[in-house]
Design a protein around this ligand. Structure first.
Ligand code: CA
Ligand code: CA
Ligand code: CA
Length: 234
């Protein structure tokens, strides 16, 4: 390959990196979610003030569901949960950013939770009335006007593998079952108890999760430098 062709090759690589970097930065992050909840959940995402998308739901803690979706940057992931108020309850999940394989769990300290006090009214179907229910509860939580006094820290319980659930094999052993504690219980995942359910967990995923155009530019310049160095040696 002549230097001229090699130069244009690296110019194309640089252009491709810059183009993809800008495009990714502007749009969304592809996520894979592996999740189960004792006893039931629905997964949504949206803005800070509105649920906009329903991803899925389930009511069997023995099965782990897997979902893939593109999360618009600066959106929130919302997990609605409710238990049967018997034996134990918990939220166990892992979230993988498919751009860079970064992974966080249901016990990540950046999660927040809010308690609605609306046991039996969890929006589990993604219907129009469910979006209205969830959005109205987001607004109450944002105003601090609900049983938990707004958004508070989650409380991590036992790790994946603990009794009574045993290991959920599709989820890393590092993940922990988490819940909201309404009564000071330092491990609210047992015994069965209504901690002002239903609950809403949320986490913000900001643009810093996405490779920055600046770092891609540096990578591209590095490739050009490598090309120039090779030419000098030849
Ligand atoms: Ca399940
Ligand atoms: Ca239970
Ligand atoms: Ca306990």
């Amino acid at each position: 390959m002549s230097f001229k062709n090699r130069s244009s090759l690296f110019t194309n690589i640089l252009g491709g990196l810059l183009f993809s970097g800008v495009a990714l930065h502007a749009n969304a992050i592809p996520f894979e979610v592996d999740i189960t909840v004792d006893n039931s959940y629905a997964l949504y995402y949206g803005t800070e003030t509105q649920a906009t998308n329903f991803v899925g739901s389930d009511s069997d803690w023995t099965t782990t569901e897997s979902y893939a979706f593109d999360l618009p940057t600066n959106n929130f992931i919302y997990v609605v949960t409710q238990s049967d108020i018997a034996v134990a309850q918990g939220f166990l999940a892992q979230f993988t950013n498919l751009l860079n394989n970064d992974r966080f769990y249901s016990n990540d300290p950046q999660w927040q939770v809010t308690a609605t006090g609306r046991y039996g009214f969890a929006p589990y179907s993604g219907t129009t009335s469910d979006f209205a229910e969830l959005t109205s509860q987001l607004l109450l939580a944002n105003a601090g006007n609900n049983p938990s006094g707004g958004w508070v820290a989650t409380t991590a319980g036992d790790g994946n593998g603990a009794s009574p659930w045993g290991l959920r094999p599709e989820i890393d052993a590092a993940a922990r079952w988490s819940w909201y504690s309404s009564n000071g219980d330092t491990n609210p995942t047992s015994p069965g108890f209504n901690h002002d359910e239903y609950l809403i967990f949320r986490i913000a995923v900001d643009a810093q999760e996405v490779p920055e155009p600046g770092s891609l530019l540096l990578m591209g310049l590095g490739l050009l430098g490598l090309c120039a160095a090779r030419k000098r040696r030849a």
